[in-house]
Design a binder for this molecule. Structure first.
Ligand SMILES: *[C@@H]1O[C@H](CO)[C@@H](O)[C@H](O)[C@H]1NC(C)=O
Length: 185
């Protein structure tokens, strides 16, 4: 019964946030793994009041949760903390209709774990902080080992395909293909 109520509440919540609400909202993945020396992309989308704001009127900022003055991304690069200068970008389109606040951090460092929060400001209008929409990274030093899917049977003299799968966090710099493996019997 409790489960059904929770589900109902979630559905109503979804209807209100997508349909009728004029409140500012943002959806940020709360926790992610980040591979040191690689890059990490944090999916983020937001909704603004008066939904038609163009990108030029919206300022998207990512800052440290425990110190709003430490920006890790800002459109004015002089306002970005030295540690993050030149390493962060918003690869998506912040304006309508996308409202994409996705954050990319390049050359991830050991101490980049966060948490970091997205904040949007509507220029010349109400300012609002999405202080609760933050992401925390678990730093990993080396990628998970690749998973190799072997075919059930291998036949001598018959070419076969082995599938090799790796998980990664950096779409702009995906792992290089290992190429052809030669098998010697
Ligand atoms: C946001 O932008 C990023 C980078 O261009 C893209 O990969 C992602 O799919 C976009 N997200 C949405 C919900 O459109």
């Amino acid at each position: 019964m409790k489960g059904i109520l929770v589900l109902l509440w979630l559905c109503l919540q979804a209807i209100f946030t997508t349909g009728f609400s004029e409140d500012w909202t943002a959806q940020v993945v709360p926790e992610m793994k980040a591979l040191v020396e690689s890059c990490v992309v944090v999916p983020c989308t937001s909704n603004y009041p008066g939904k038609k704001e163009s990108a030029s009127r919206i300022r998207g900022i990512w800052h440290k949760k425990d110190n709003k003055k430490i920006n890790i991304y800002h459109e004015d690069s002089t306002l970005i903390s030295d540690n993050f200068k030149g390493r962060t970008k918003l690869p998506g389109h912040l304006g309508a209709p996308d409202h994409n606040c996705t954050l990319e951090i390049d050359e991830v460092k050991d101490h980049d774990n966060g948490p970091y929060c997205f904040r949007a400001e509507l220029i010349e209008a109400d300012k609002f902080s999405f202080v609760e929409k933050c992401v925390l990274f678990t730093m990993i030093q080396r990628p998970d080992p690749p998973e190799v899917q072997e075919p059930e049977t291998l036949e001598e003299g018959v070419p076969t395909t082995l599938k090799c799968i790796v998980k990664h966090t950096c779409p702009s710099l995906p792992p290089l293909s290992p190429g052809v493996i030669k098998m010697v019997k």
